[in-house]
Design a protein around this ligand. Structure first.
Ligand SMILES: Cc1cc2nc3c(=O)[nH]c(=O)nc-3n(C[C@H](O)[C@H](O)[C@H](O)COP(=O)(O)OP(=O)(O)OC[C@H]3O[C@@H](n4cnc5c(N)ncnc54)[C@H](O)[C@@H]3O)c2cc1C
Length: 316
């Protein structure tokens, strides 16, 4: 059986490792941090193509991922299909809409619109709850015979020596590892609150005024911010106020819910997701830089990559 090492155990590394196992590869998963220590564990996480580029490619991965989630819904813990109100710019292109699967979209009713929104669509989308879904993926990987190792890789040279084939899924860690100047943090602050009786909703039509509500099984995520090239990982009171004010301005509730946790995460944002073989270390394939949409596209990237490696290497 052919062996591959995947480096990184966020949503991108876990889905990549499992997709490769499903193609018949023996996979070793190596990461500096697992589960609650990763960025992936901290976030929403809803299927929506936010800050991932180029959109056309991302939506192809997003569509593949959507199908995989649909197949797994009801079987995988921490995964469900939910209604999600997406505010649209009536004069804008709203390009993501044309990539949505058939029958997954309807125009929002007036009472579903947040204040000051003219137009919205309600999409049926996958919701993953990382504290439940990521352990499920890790267990799936181990049940499939995968090996885990905690390890901090120092540089590309060391990465390339790990195995005959290595997949780099290190998210923002790739900045240091690959000396990648195109990879930048996009800082997001969110509030985890008590559960609410409000439909999940996003308004990302105004640059710099991102506002969303993600309803989960036992809590709710209210966001957010999207500051490019901001490395600050501390919770900022000014951002908490901003998020609170934007939530109240939506007009869905008379009071702000109890806050359980304030969270900051850095999205690994690139002009383009890096999905290619390294030119110098030709046994290394890069799969990082999924910006604000790791959960939206990871399965799509993973399935495409596994398909390609399956064809090239004929694993069994
Ligand atoms: C506030 C916020 C809200 C978000 N909401 C959503 C959402 O609703 N839907 C959505 O699709 N996306 C969302 N995102 C984006 C999503 O969180 C990211 O795209 C995704 O988590 C990136 O996953 P990853 O696996 O690439 O990175 P990570 O989760 O950061 O994992 C990287 C892995 O690589 C390892 N690693 C790094 N460097 C090294 C090294 N040198 N050696 C060994 N291991 C290393 C780390 O330890 C870790 O295991 C959100 C992001 C933020 C900040």
């Amino acid at each position: 059986m052919k062996e591959i090492t995947v480096v990184g155990a966020g949503i991108v590394g876990l889905t990549t490792a499992i997709a490769l196992q499903e193609k018949g590869f023996k996979v070793q998963l190596l990461a500096a941090q697992f589960l609650e220590k990763t960025l992936s564990h901290k976030v929403g996480a809803i299927w929506f193509p936010f800050e991932v580029h180029p959109l056309e490619k991302a939506m192809n991965w997003g569509r593949l991922a959507y199908k995989r989630y649909q197949l797994d819904a009801g079987k995988a813990p921490g995964l469900s299909m939910i209604p999600f109100t997406v505010v649209c710019d009536p004069k804008g292109e709203n390009a993501w809409m044309k990539h949505m699967p058939e029958n997954s979209l309807r125009k929002a009713k007036k009472e579903e619109l947040p204040n000051n929104a003219e137009l919205a669509y309600v999409a049926t989308v996958p919701l993953t709850e990382p504290p439940i879904y990521l352990p499920h993926l890790l267990q799936t990987f181990q049940r499939n015979g995968g090996e885990l190792k905690e390890w901090l890789v120092g540089d590309l040279n060391e990465l390339a020596l790990l195995n005959k084939w290595v997949i780099n899924c290190t998210g923002l860690g790739a900045k240091e590892l690959c000396k990648d100047e195109e990879l930048l943090p996009m800082r997001g602050q969110i509030l985890r609150t008590e559960k609410l009786d409000i439909q999940s909703c996003v308004n990302s039509t105004q640059p710099g005024a991102l506002s969303y509500i993600i309803q989960r099984s036992t809590d709710c995520i209210i966001g957010g911010t999207d500051y490019l090239n901001d490395w600050n990982q501390s919770v900022e009171l000014s951002d908490t106020e901003l998020i609170t004010n934007r939530f109240m301005a939506m007009g869905f509730s008379d009071a702000f819910p109890s806050v359980l946790e304030e969270v900051v995460g850095l999205r690994p944002r690139r002009k383009e997701v890096r999905f290619e073989f390294d030119r110098e270390f030709t046994n290394v394939f890069h799969n990082y830089g999924h910006g604000g949409a790791g959960f939206t596209v990871a399965w799509g990237c993973a399935l495409e990559l596994a398909q390609e490696f399956g064809k090239r290497l004929n694993p069994s």
